[in-house]
Write a new protein. Structure first.
Length: 296
């Protein structure tokens, strides 16, 4: 399968944006059937340039992530990327996972420090493991044969107490270790993304694709949960609209599709290389947003 950094390079030369979709690994057999029998067939009709599959908190889905990425590539012919984290793994275990990924035909990796296990809520370096994502990037680069992406945080990482510019310089260091593209954490105010991009490009001289990650709002409780996890700011106008809609999830979803469409349209006008959609394994919201962006 193609390297993702080549996908972005070719799209830039052709003057078109890259649309990509992220999925999480289902926890049940019925969830597996739903995503492979309904969700993926529907979303792959939109011809995404690639898909990605998350890696559960604490590395809890590592085997299933690779299996799902392999199935997407084999059954749908779409390049897919496996998330890989430092959490709960030694260096040798990570090497074994990357070897397995290569044997399964997986050539794209999103290298992350990762979220801590839910039961502890804090990151602890494993004996013989890594503490920082740049170590994982370096190892993956040295093993060879992978296109490596990393995460970026337009508002700064929650755990970076020194400020967002320090976090952005650390991101630049990950790129220096071998990352070929950046996918951002979700955000709801594009001004944060533009400030982030301008600092990386203008101040730090970063040239790799910087791709905004966008999530469709499905409910007020969903927004509250994601904001608590990643620290994204909810603009006052958005907060007011969500408060007015309350617990009417159907109306919130309709508004969320409209909001994400406007958000993505503005990003595309400002020259982003593409949009990475956090689909939440749902079909309709992402389908309608992409169709809106493509003019129906």
């Amino acid at each position: 399968m193609r390297f993702i950094h080549d996908i972005y390079s070719d799209a830039r030369q052709a003057g078109r944006p890259v649309f990509s979709f992220e999925f999480f690994t289902p926890k049940t057999e019925s969830g597996d059937r739903a995503i492979f029998e309904r969700t993926l067939p529907a979303l792959c009709r939109l011809a995404p340039s690639y898909c990605s599959v998350t890696y559960g908190a604490g590395g809890s889905t590592r085997a299933k992530t690779l299996q799902m990425v392999e199935r997407i590539q084999l059954e749908f012919g779409v390049p897919a990327m496996a998330h890989l984290t430092c959490v709960g793994s030694t260096r040798d275990q990570i090497v074994a996972l990357l070897d397995e990924a290569r044997s399964r035909g997986i050539s794209n990796i999103l290298a992350l420090r990762g979220d801590p296990p839910e039961e502890t809520g804090r990151f602890v370096r494993s004996d013989g493991g890594f503490e920082f994502a740049h170590e994982l990037v370096t190892l993956t680069r040295d093993l060879g044969g992978f296109s490596i992406g990393v995460a970026g945080f337009p508002e700064g990482h929650l755990e970076c107490r020194e400020g967002k510019e320090v976090d952005w310089r650390r991101l630049a260091a990950k790129i220096g270790c071998g990352a070929r593209f950046v996918i951002t954490q979700l955000f709801f105010d594009n001004a944060f993304f533009y400030e982030f991009r301008d600092y990386l490009v203008g101040t730090l001289g970063i040239t790799v694709p910087i791709v905004p990650g966008v999530i469709p709002i499905l409910s007020s409780s969903q927004v509250e949960r994601f904001v608590s996890l990643c620290g994204a700011t909810i603009p006052s106008a958005l907060a007011g609209r969500l408060n007015a809609l309350g617990d009417n999830d159907a109306d919130v979803t309709e508004f969320g599709i409209e909001f994400a469409t406007r958000q993505c349209a503005d990003l595309l006008r400002q020259g982003v290389p593409g949009i990475h959609f956090y689909t939440l394994n749902r079909t309709e919201p992402t389908t309608r947003i992409v169709q809106n962006l493509r003019g129906g």
